[in-house]
Design a protein around this ligand. Sequence first.
Ligand code: ME8
Length: 530
Amino acid sequence: MHLFSTTTTITTPIFYVNASPHLGHLHSSLMADALGRWFRFKQEPVLFTTGTDEHGLKVQQAAEKADKPTAQFCDEVAASFQAMCKQGDVQFDRFVRTTEPDHAVAVAAIWKTLVDNDFIYLGEHEAYYCISDETFLTEMQIEKRDDGTMVSKESSHPVELVKEENYKFRLSKMQGPLLEWLDEHPEAVQPPSRYNEVRATIERGLRDVSVSRLRENIQWAIPVPGDANHSIYVWLDALTNYLTCCKYPTDMAHFKTCWPASYHIVGKDILKFHAIYWPAFLLAAKLPLPHKIVAHAHWTVNGVKMSKSLGNVVTPDAIISKFGLDSVRYFLLREGVLTDDGDFNEDMLKERVNSELADTLGNLVIRATTLAFLPQGQLPAAGNYKQSDMELIHLINETAQTVQGHYERPDFALVVKSVMHLLYEINRNFSKHEPWVVAKELRAIALEAPDSDDIRAKRELIANTLYLSIEAVRLSALLLLPIVPATSARILDYLNVPATERTFEYCRFGHSNYGPVANAKSKTKFVPFQ
Ligand code: ME8
């Protein structure tokens, strides 16, 4: 993935600290976490960053409302996002807060570079500003409500007319370069429907954007270098976090090892900032552009958008405490598809986890490792495979390759579907061969004809069916490690797969020698899965 850098850099949005985390924030964090785990599984160096966006009017006003000093308010809410990561086992390398000193240095540096490259100028700015979304909007993007208030058409949040002297960024100059970038990198914005959306917006034309506000109107912000009357626009500040995490500009040798980012994971609500403003800022600063901007859709609750005012916010804490972490990780990554909004529904969570994780994967573990139907608890060595076995072996190997493509797109729903498809086929094979019946027959005839062809064939059928199943379980558990790490680890422990063999390299049939064959040889018995 990394053409220039040597590290796979993966980011989440940095979340506003105006309110505590909810399921949507957890979802973006889990996507990035699963991706990070995947590349570590492939033994590639990873930098996974997340954090909090702490400046701007929205946060300033939330602190005032809570009647707390702004810095203290930020500390408290940032801690709740860190707690969410801990509870979700989100294994980030850097949790960046935009109030940290190294971030202020990075923001000042990019500002100066944009000024030096003549992309920032002082101008008069008159437009509607939406505090909730921290963005200026054009006349086309707002509408009047029946009660006379003006709101954003997209988010329905109120807007206010702002007329003031602002520094502006020459976004209008970037239409050509941005289109060229998109043409050359059709995978740069995922999924393809979002790519088309971004392209169409750029084609309609871009206007210069305001990148500062008067300091008298917003004090909780990084000041414009050399002009105490202005504060830097919160989005320019926030987007720069991705550079801060790579040690820009203080350690450029390190920076080059991890920039450009391989994946920016974002929600569809902030696509414009990541796929238009951010590449434009980077192009103007002569810095390389990210490889992939992945915009996922939103979670709704029982069909309604999750919102604090509606009181239907699902908190990570409540849901993880109720269902357990892996069930939540599984459901969010399985159901939170990229293109369409997903509905969060507890019954569906239970149904998915029971039918797939428990019934399909869990049951196969139990079926494939039960010793009850093996003569003297021993499993003869597998081999001498039939055509139908060879087809399943091919499917096992193919699944590893297919899943790799799905992870790296990334599309976790497809990862899970591929693994489940393999498990269904293996379960079907198991039921078709009925090794428990064959084992019974074997016991009945073994004494009369201890070394007949029939006995050898029956032993082979049992061994091959079980070994295929064990290998499918081992491979599935490995491939699901990034999504359900604890469940997968439990299965791999149970199969005696050593820690050194829990990497992508071992995702091939028969590649390692674990399962009933190895255990039968060493006379170690399997403990039934509980
Ligand atoms: O926009 N479903 O922060 P934010 C899925 N600070 N994901 C959701 C969601 C939902 N219902 N609601 C929120 C900001 N998200 C800026 C970002 S980045 C340089 C600055 C997730 O706290 C999703 O990733 O409003 C969305 O883009 C993000 O939270 C918005 O978080």
